[in-house]
Design a protein around this ligand. Sequence first.
Ligand code: XUL
Length: 509
Amino acid sequence: MKPVYLGIDASTQSMSGIVIDCENSAVLASENINFERDLPSYGTKAGVCSSPENPLEIYSYPLMWLDALDMLLQKIAEKININEISAISGSGQQHASVWLNSSKAFSSLSPSKSLANNIKPYLSREKSPVWMDASTAAECMEMAKFAGGDPEVMQRTGSVMTERFSGAQIRKISKREPRIYDGTRRIHLNSSFLCSIFSASDSPIDFCDGAGMNLMNIKDCSWDQKMLSACAQELDKKLPSLASPNTVVGNVGEYFSKKYGFNGNAKVVIFTGDNPSSLVGLGASAENTAAISLGTSDTYFCSIKNFSPIENAHIFRNPAGAYMGLACFRNGSLARDKFRQLMNVDWKFFDETAFENYAPLCDGKFILPFFIDEISPKISSNGPRYVGLSPKDSKETQIRTFIEGQAFNIYLQARRFGETPKKIILTGGASKSQGIAQTFADVFNSEIYGLKASQNSAALGAAIRAASCDFPIDSLAAKFCPLIHLKSPRPEAAKVYSEKLETFSGFLH
Ligand code: XUL
């Protein structure tokens, strides 16, 4: 078979697929199905619904994901010869759980029906709680108490009890919908569910995505019996096994060979979570590397050698070995946009003009850049806090101080992972700003790189992981994730920031 590989990413808003050709270092196809636009009958907004009774309850539909998968494969089959694909892997939004009344749901998918119609009779719950759900505060407290407190949970699982993580979600359903819980024989994650579909088998959960459940012992990568007992009765019987991210689960099932022309010998490499997959797809799974995605919320993730769990951030496993750290910041692009509007300037002024000819000074001026409650660190806020400057200062000063505040906060959280990255990959809309990129270079005192071409990092990471059954991940990352150098740190600015950072840190407590 040719060295052609398919990566699927099932994200919150859409399902994407990328086909790569490792012989010619080329992307052969890149397709996407948007849940809200292309599958309007499910009535989601950006791929999710919120419960009318409780706005903290956010869910999606596994059948919608399956309909999207059929549509996506149809599109890809129109573009390339699917028979040439020699392996498949995938990634999915982390934490979402899929509830089934049998572990045999995947073994006999009929090509004469859609995937959704095949699986419908096997769902014990039509909804899947997703990562945006924040309705499980009570269950988090109960589980932490049972397990001996949050520090203990963090040592065991890599994170304190977290509302969106699958453990608290499973406990909530077991308490509030006991009949459904009892009738459930298998609880998959989004990633292992889709891997099961492709491989026509009951796929294991990979260690990297398993780490997002508060149920897996992060050090030995087995189900943590104490956490399972804290969660719900007889849970060990309902969970699939756990397996390494290098596992080849099997060959692609008959449904896909008969319906879309896949080669029956094509391998299925275990699927993982979208964040571990992005780490690979950005070329950031190598040592001493970190990525900062400046998106709706900002995310910092990095590969780390040693296990050093910290509150308000998470330790998962890294598909390339050892660990990955992840911290999410709620005050990302939306906060930048709000501050821009407050300053009444356009993006060009905000991103570029405000930073022209600027050399930072130890001027005692700070802004705590939180419009809404922040999770990293946990801070209640309903607007930015000014220290040492006032709304009368120039717009340039205020904008720079705001961006410095965001960079300081991300740096201070990142520093707690205990390993300093030598290389940072900056992605997302705001990474295009020269001023913002320079600020991050100076605050992190690190070289900053960007992506040469915009790409869906999670889907690309999945394709690279599929190809990793034939080639080393490092060589694939070098081929498919070309970077451009954006900024170097300026020594004087880095020195000023290293002092300002410590003062800023004092305001966070
Ligand atoms: C990570 C998290 C999100 C989802 C998005 O913990 O909740 O990044 O994985 O798909």
